[in-house]
Design a protein around this ligand. Sequence first.
Ligand code: SF4
Length: 283
Amino acid sequence: MIEAIVEAIRLAVTKIPEDTFSAIRKAYAGEEDETARFNLGNIIKAIDLGFADRVPVCQDTGTVTFFVEAGVGSPFLGKLRDLLIEATRRATEEIPLRPNAVDVLTGRNSGDNTGEGIPIIHWEPVPGDRIRIAVLPKGGGSENCSALAMLTPAGGWEGVKRFVVEHVRACGGKPCPPVILGIGVGGGADYALLLAKKALLRKVGERNPDGRIAKIEEELLTEVNSTGIGPMGMGGKTTALDVKIEVAHRHPASFPVGLVVQCWANRRAFIEIKPDGDVRVWN
Ligand code: SF4
């Protein structure tokens, strides 16, 4: 099982999912600006090389983050935390991953991508006996552009759009555009950001099933792309490949908006563990 988890991490960091890659190729075909085409061309080369040589598509292999849907009847539940931590250690050595876990007081790097609270594991107990895990290795440059806004309810969704577009504009090229924006609206401060990060697990091009939210996703995508920030922040039509919004009910006095920015290296993979130990890995 540890090998399967290592394989999922390897898949995530070396093979950009087809939905994202095809959106990048489409952006390349649609850009007229020479610099934008040059930058997208380099991104396409990095993705091709990562896939062909099974090497990470970017030197920053991110913070390993797991979202676990934990079937409460699974016989592997009790061991899973240790398995995920051990798999992260092995992945760091074998793939290899860049060691990205640093002590907040001493600055000392643990050397194996594990440490206090790292890898990040989000748990959600669900009925049944299967475990489904999403692996999201999250790059630091794009994570640094994540933000939380506690907006006033009177501002409504226009306020959400204004916050997102202004923030993306302020970040410019820092998150390595073209980006994918994960947005969580509602819940509380913590939950809005969690929803925003989980939103990144949806495929590029996959809209929120609620048509009203889907419409806002499309409007925001158009607005963000009209900023002209472009690939790697050097100008062009493609600042974002997609915008994903997830929502929760909110307190009447609060309008929390979490924004998690994902770079072009939109890495993700999934693992399913059946109760008989059969494991499937894909992205
Ligand atoms: S933001 Fe993404 S593409 Fe840029 S250096 Fe970090 S991981 Fe790599």
